[in-house]
Design a protein around this ligand. Structure first.
Ligand SMILES: O=C(CO)[C@@H](O)[C@H](O)[C@H](O)[C@H](O)COP(=O)(O)O
Ligand SMILES: [Zn+2]
Length: 198
């Protein structure tokens, strides 16, 4: 057990080192897209399944409340939180529609969808991306493995941040680091820190 635990730490560290070499440009591009959307008065919708639902909520809470320092609330909605809406859409239509239907209701031109899937193949996240495009939104996709179907779905207006790993847990661990980087970039752009505080 101890050996496996140590191996998991080592694998996570190595995945983060590989990601630190491959992902900064796409993280910066995604952060700038989000900053520009927020300046325009747009918002960020986020979605994902399982651990990625938690990541979607982690991001929206840091936008709505705060990340590391006090600043005004920023507009974001995690689409994985309203169990009445989620269960009724899944019950009456299909699980694939649980995010897409909310995107069609809440999404407005210029908003951003933060679509999170380690495989890139979750049908409900792909349906949310289709709905986002129908609402003239842009997409920031957090993926892993080979990017799955999500990777093939994106245009030059969107950005994919693909973690270089084939293991769901390792990918999720880097997704959280990506989310914290996005929050820091957004805060530094919109609310530059007073040097006396840093
Ligand atoms: O957290 C984990 C595994 O670490 C699981 O809950 C995992 O998120 C679920 O199996 C998801 O359904 C996987 O979906 P995806 O990342 O392939 O879109
Ligand atoms: Zn997990």
């Amino acid at each position: 057990m101890i050996d496996n635990i140590k191996a998991n730490f080592t694998e996570s560290i190595q995945t983060k080192i590989a990601a630190s070499e491959m992902l900064p440009e796409s993280i910066e591009k995604a952060a700038m897209m989000m900053v520009e959307a927020l300046i325009r008065g747009n918002k960020i919708l986020s979605c994902g399944n399982g651990g990625s639902a938690g990541d979607a909520q982690h991001f929206s809470s840091e936008m709505l409340n705060r990340y590391e320092r006090d600043r005004p609330s920023l507009p974001a909605i995690a689409l994985s939180t309203d169990t009445s809406t989620l269960t009724s859409i899944a019950n009456d239509y299909s699980y694939d529609e649980i995010f897409a239907k909310q995107v069609r209701a809440l999404g407005q031109s210029g908003d951003i969808l933060l679509a999170i899937s380690t495989s890139g193949n979750s049908r409900n996240v792909i349906a949310a991306m289709e709905a986002a495009l129908s609402r003239d939104m842009t997409i920031v996709a957090l993926t892993g493995k080979d990017g799955g179907e999500m990777a093939g779905f994106l245009s030059e207006h969107d950005v994919e941040i693909r973690v270089p790993s084939n293991r769901t847990a390792r990918i999720q661990e880097v997704h959280l680091l990506v989310i914290h980087n996005l929050c820091e970039c957004i805060d530094d752009s919109l609310f530059p820190a007073d040097h006396a505080d840093s």
